[in-house]
Design a protein around this ligand. Structure first.
Ligand SMILES: Nc1ncnc2c1ncn2[C@@H]1O[C@H](COP(=O)(O)OP(=O)(O)OP(=O)(O)O)[C@@H](O)[C@H]1O
Ligand SMILES: [Mg+2]
Length: 845
């Protein structure tokens, strides 16, 4: 057996034909009581069937070894290929020299890391105490010792005392000793190898990388620093320190021993790098965001949280205070809602202006303003502010706008309307800002009832006042087409890509009882705030594409959308909800039953000034890279997350080729409302930015369509055109008017296109097309997701299960009450038309 090899732990990692790959854990110091490797296997004699070697046989040895290993952390790893048929002793004799083993060592740590963690890390105290019953199947462990051969490596008692001193020594002292060491250690080759392994582990230690951040050694600089440290150590390297490290071996203990010395080394060697990184981190500091708004902090604001489910009067009550105030601001999650409040408040005789990214309508003598939350001014003083849908603070992309409004609004009284999910974090924020928080709890005016019969997969079962909710434009048009083809109902449609004006007109068309448009087909765009005459919300599906894959619609969104049914003051004050398919019903009920999740973090995004400060640290990198670096290096408090900005990065990437844009212009252009998946819209944005950078008046350069759309391609074109105009208007509000001189023209064109879109939707009866060729087609089979059957398919299937269910002539209703309990109602189906049961018909379950 090779010299120096005292204890060996084998683990079979894989086998191929007649070769076993065996991972070897070598412990070659201090341990003398193990049986020799040869003896260990002598009973089995052959290593050819390692899986048959009983674990029990080696368990004593293994426990001893682990216990030893656990205390001393003295281990090396190696990996062997073992040819079947040889005895283990012959293997070691023939192939197991220490040098061979050491030659493998550098690969082993990687191999161990690849497998999760080091073998020893996975051994806990319990396992040591109770034996190693939990050891991996397919692994065998063999230990051996060769006392005579390890004599040379023995550590005497003086060494042990010195090692104890070293482990407890002051790193500053130790570093000084290292620096002053006159001559490096005289070590054996194998010990140098061990040392190299220790430093390899150090350079690759995630723990050390993270710890180094605390002294402002950044992740990207760490490898350089670690390599210089290694060079320094190998040059100086006093014998006792080297021996101590060798005794620790390439393990966590060695990394932890080295780290404080590394810190001292870095502080002395890299003061400039540290300073640079420190300023970079300071400039990407997003901690304590409440301190960013000194004006708001100078006030003691009264915050009123109107907390409750949908349709409970939260916004209504907050708006009452808004209208009573001398000066007020309403912050809306959507342009549409801002417009609605603007109209409503003016109609009630309170002069109110409108301010969104696209439009600034100033009403003379107005002291009130309805705006989108992104547009809120934190400098203007108000008596009363309303921030609607406050739970959007936790939105991964737009959350920062709500956080900013809450932290920065300078208003004596701030009304927050929303569900309870952000209540606890608002409490925390108010305790930090010193504002006074009042909570008002709300209950739904009328309970929302889940109709358990569903539409039985058959869109012919839609009724007047239904809103069928689908999650893609394509599905929306499929549903509309099917309903209009197979029933006498006419459908209005609402989805995100439609201009707010068109959505509003569609909503009015649906709300108006004196026409044939009595069914609404909508996307989740219908979910927020709109007051519609919806009797029943029918989920066409409860899965949606999240930009990456098909996922279940989150429970909070399901609640929000279902809550559109049965609004107070509408012709259907009692709300129903159900699904198209019976299969989806359980998920719907589950979502409605779920209590609101307590949000732990809310969104933040840097202001331009913060990005500018950060850019000062990293000149000569692209804006996209700058954003990436900011994301990597910014520091946040535990209650905040950095909002996703993939969309901004994508635009930044496209605009890289535009020369002559200042950082601020670039920043602003990146926030322009553009659909990044629409190449035409992206092209126009690029064109706008290019003209702007050349200081040339930015033209619209887009023809007006001749009439309403005759097919889906034309409809898509109208949508794109409107989005481009909307973008032009948005940019004209961000930049100097002279550079965007055609804003008025764009406004007129946008309004005309919104009309054309409305007309097109009224008569739309064509199959939808996809805007983008690469977009995922509905759902791939085998994804674990099955698209609900279309109307046509369900016609084919009719006659079996569906009709049997119908034959039951009864249906079940679940009542979703405010305390999130569901009770069951049974009643007989008397007529085609569904009627709500009376309270007395409730049957307890
Ligand atoms: N006290 C009231 N008197 C008359 N109508 C009311 C009253 N309270 C609420 N409403 C009406 O009830 C409907 C729902 O109210 P509101 O929009 O305030 O609910 P909400 O809780 O904000 O719902 P959501 O969470 O969906 O935004 C609205 O049409 C509103 O005008
Ligand atoms: Mg509301």
């Amino acid at each position: 057996m090779a010299r120096g090899q005292a204890t060996t732990l084998f683990r079979v990692c894989s086998s191929k034909e007649n070769v076993f790959r065996v991972r070897v854990l070598l412990s070659n110091r201090y341990f003398h009581s193990m049986r020799k490797l040869d003896e260990c296997v002598s009973e089995e004699n052959q290593f050819s069937t390692p899986f048959n070697v009983s674990k029990r046989e080696f368990s004593t040895t293994l426990i001893d070894l682990v216990r030893f290993r656990y205390h001393s952390e003295n281990t090396k790893f190696a990996e062997y290929d073992i040819v079947k048929g040889r005895t283990l002793s012959s293997l070691v004799e023939n192939g197991g020299s220490v040098d061979d083993i050491n030659a493998y060592e550098s690969n082993i740590v990687d191999a161990m890391e690849e497998n999760g963690t080091s073998f020893v890390d996975s051994v806990d105290d319990d396992r040591i105490g109770n034996g190693i019953d939990g050891s991996d199947e397919g692994s065998i462990y063999v230990s051996t010792s060769s006392e005579s051969e390890c004599d040379n490596d023995e550590v005497d008692s003086n060494d042990i005392v010195r090692f104890q001193q070293l482990s407890a020594s002051d790193p500053v002292e130790l570093y000084r000793e290292l620096k002053n060491a006159e001559k490096g250690a005289n070590l054996k080759r194998s010990d140098w190898d061990t040392l190299r392994e220790v430093f390899h582990l150090f350079s690759n230690s995630g723990w050390a990388v993270n710890q180094a951040l605390a002294i402002y050694i950044g992740k990207s600089f760490f490898p350089t620093a670690a390599s210089k440290f290694r060079g320094f150590f190998f040059k100086q390297c006093p014998t006792d320190v080297a021996k101590y490290l060798v005794s620790l071996g390439p393990a966590e203990g060695a990394v932890k021993f080295l780290f404080p010395i590394f810190v001292e080394f870095c502080l002395e060697e890299f003061p400039d790098e540290i300073k640079r990184f420190q300023s970079m981190i300071a400039s990407a500091d997003l901690t304590k965001p409440h301190t960013w708004f000194p004006f708001a902090r100078a006030m003691k604001r009264k915050i009123i949280y109107h907390c409750g489910p949908t349709n409970s009067g939260k916004t209504y009550n907050a708006l009452q205070r808004f209208m009573e105030a001398k000066k007020g601001i309403y912050c809306s999650p959507l342009r549409l809602l801002a417009m609605e409040v603007f109209d409503k408040v003016n109609a009630l005789g309170v002069y109110c202006s409108l301010h969104t990214g696209q439009e600034k309508k100033h009403v003379p003598f107005s002291n009130h303003i309805a705006c989108t939350v992104e547009m809120v001014s934190t400098e203007e003083m108000y008596d009363v502010a309303v921030i609607d849908e406050i739970q959007m603070m936790s939105d991964p992309c737009r959350g920062y706008a709500w956080t900013r409004a809450l932290l920065g609004l300078t208003a004596d009284e701030i009304h927050l309307c929303g569900d309870p999910s952000v209540l606890s974090i608002v409490r925390k924020i108010c305790s930090e800002t010193g504002d006074e928080l009042h909570e008002q709890q709300y209950e739904r005016f009328k309970p929302l009832v889940v109709e358990a019969k569903t539409l039985l997969g058959d869109l012919r079962n839609v009724r007047s006042g239904d809103c069928v909710v689908a999650f893609s434009r394509r599905e929306i048009f499929e549903v509309k087409l099917a309903i209009e083809k197979h029933t006498n109902h006419r459908c209005c449609v609402i989805y995100g890509a439609l201009p707010p004006e068109t959505r509003r007109k569609q909503a009015n068309l649906f709300n108006d009882q004196d026409n044939e448009f009595d069914v609404l087909v909508a996307s989740d765009a219908v979910g927020m705030g709109l007051n519609l005459n919806i009797r029943r919300v029918v989920f066409y599906t409860l899965s949606k594409y999240n930009g990456d894959k098909i996922v279940p619609v989150p429970a909070s969104q399901v609640k929000q959308i279902a809550g559109r049914a049965g609004r107070r003051g509408s012709i259907y004050p009692d709300g129903l909800t159900t699904t198209l398919q019976l299969d989806d019903l359980d998920y719907l009920i589950e979502c409605l039953k779920l209590p609101f999740e307590d949000v732990q973090k809310v969104g933040l995004f840097p202001f331009y000034e913060q990005i500018e400060l950060f850019a000062g640290q990293l000149p000569n990198i692209t804006f996209r890279k700058l954003l990436e670096k900011f994301g990597e290096n910014c520091r946040l408090d535990g209650s905040y997350f950095l909002c996703r900005h993939d969309h901004i990065k994508k635009v930044a990437n496209m605009l890289e080729k535009v020369q002559g844009l200042s950082l601020e212009d670039r920043f602003n252009f990146c926030f322009a409302p553009v659909n990044i998946r629409d190449p035409k819209a992206m092209y126009h944005l690029l064109r706008f930015a290019s003209s702007f950078s050349q200081n040339v008046a930015v033209s619209i350069a887009m023809g007006m369509p001749k009439g309403s759309a005759r097919n889906d391609a034309e409809l898509l074109d109208l949508e794109t055109k409107h989005q481009v105009l909307s973008m032009y208007l948005w940019l004209s509000n961000q930049f100097e008017k002279e550079v965007f001189p055609y804003a008025k023209k764009a406004e007129i064109m946008a309004s005309d296109i919104a009309d054309l879109l409305g007309q097109s939707l009224t008569k739309a009866c064509w199959k939808p097309e996809s805007r983008q060729a690469g977009k995922p087609k509905a759902q791939q089979k085998g994804d674990g997701y099955e698209r609900p059957r279309s109307l046509i398919k369900s016609y084919d299937k009719e006659g079996d299960v569906l009709w049997n269910l119908k034959a039951m002539k009864c249906f079940v209703l679940f009542v979703y009450s405010e305390c999130h309990q569901i009770s069951f109602l049974y009643c007989r189906k008397k007529q085609e038309k569904t009627t709500l049961p009376k309270q007395s018909e409730k049957v307890a379950t």
